[in-house]
Write a protein that binds this ligand. Structure first.
Ligand code: PEP
Ligand code: MN
Length: 346
């Protein structure tokens, strides 16, 4: 349920409404807004009697049920976009954000060289896995804590915020010490124990869409994190599995405008894992900008042929710098579309 208070409702009126909500046996989840307060309520079962009573309570303008199964991440709950702040970088605001870095953190030299290269080319954050979800148990599994420490060094050298994956609820605390944003990989999108513990991790979460997950399932997973106390969730489309084999996955570009209709959360695109092929990345990035994504997550490696994982889809540093230059005209259009008023005034 959402209880929308009248503009400038008093503190006493708001407290009274919260008290009435609790009397109905429901939980006040969030209280948002300053001039106009909106109270988010978790209510199970038939909420009609509560809605009717609350609508008649002083200070209340409207009491509504949210029909979507994902409540707090839905557009019904919050019609305006949410910008998630990651160490000073706003994802979902009026700047297009590029996050770049290797699939895996491999060595100090590799991560430092990548971090410096992508920062110089305009990336706003550094990605890199210290814990790697690999299909084969015999493949490189990541440097784990040592990898996290190398990411910290790269952050100190470049100022880039760190996006890195957490694979298990057991590692949440350790990863949160080093990460500015916690990545949940496609294979873990429905690891509910992990999602629940990320509710209390104190860091924003980037939730990647499972390779065979529907948008509804993705949003239900996001709802887990938010319902457990963390509203700072960023969604990421990284390609889904279809019958096509030429690309590693199928880049579901329609996910971006679809999610924008369904949720207020930011939506990023990861063309690297979608395509699996370096040659396709620039075109898929242009498409991502055109379709209104909030940013891109790209794999970049100083020497892709020697990468421990995902070399075929990783851009060289020079390719990445070229891509960032080539995207500029598209990014200008993105900005105009994102801030129509500012453009009209200018
Ligand atoms: C990654 O980002 O390197 C990764 C493993 O991605 P995904 O979970 O989307 O496969
Ligand atoms: Mn990868």
């Amino acid at each position: 349920m959402i209880i929308s208070m009248r503009p400038h409702a008093t503190r006493e009126e708001i407290d009274h409404v919260c008290e009435r909500i609790r009397e109905f046996g429901y939980k006040v989840h969030s209280i948002e807004g300053e001039e106009r307060v909106v109270i988010g309520v978790v209510g199970i079962g038939d909420v009609t009697p509560a809605l009717e009573s609350l609508e008649a309570t002083p200070g209340v303008e409207r009491a509504m049920a949210i029909s979507a199964p994902y409540k707090f991440v839905s557009k019904e709950f919050k019609p305006e976009r949410t910008a998630v702040k990651v160490n000073g970088v706003a994802i979902g605001g009026d700047e297009f954000i590029t996050i770049a870095g290797p699939c895996s953190v491999e060595s100090e030299k590799q991560i430092m060289e990548t971090a410096e290269g992508v920062a110089a080319a305009g990336a706003k954050m550094l990605r890199g896995g210290a814990f790697k979800p690999r299909t084969s148990p015999y493949d490189f599994q990541g440097l784990e804590l040592e990898g996290l420490k190398l990411l910290r060094k790269a952050k100190e050298a470049t100022g880039l915020a760190i996006l890195t994956e957490v694979m298990s609820d057991r590692d949440v605390e350790m990863v949160a010490e080093y990460a500015d944003c916690m990545q949940v990989g496609a294979r873990n999108m429905q690891n509910f124990a992990l999602l629940k513990s990320l509710g209390g991790c104190g860091r924003p979460v980037m939730l990647k869409r499972g390779m065979s997950a529907t948008l509804k399932e993705l949003l239900m997973s996001a709802e887990y994190v938010v319902a457990h106390g963390n509203p700072n969730v960023i969604l990421c489309e990284r390609g889904i599995r279809t019958f096509e084999t030429y690309t590693r996955n199928t880049y579901d570009i329609a996910a971006v405008p679809s999610l924008n209709e369904l949720t207020h959360l930011p939506v990023m695109l990861d063309p690297s894992h979608a395509a699996g092929k370096r040659s396709l990345i620039p075109a898929l990035c242009r498409a991502g900008v055109a379709v209104g994504a909030d940013g891109l997550v790209l794999e970049v490696h100083p020497c892709p042929e020697k990468a421990f994982s995902d070399g075929a889809q990783s851009l060289k540093l020079t390719d990445f710098a070229q891509l960032m230059r080539d995207l500029q005209p598209y990014l200008r259009l993105w900005k105009e579309a994102r801030t129509p008023l500012a453009h009209a005034v200018a």
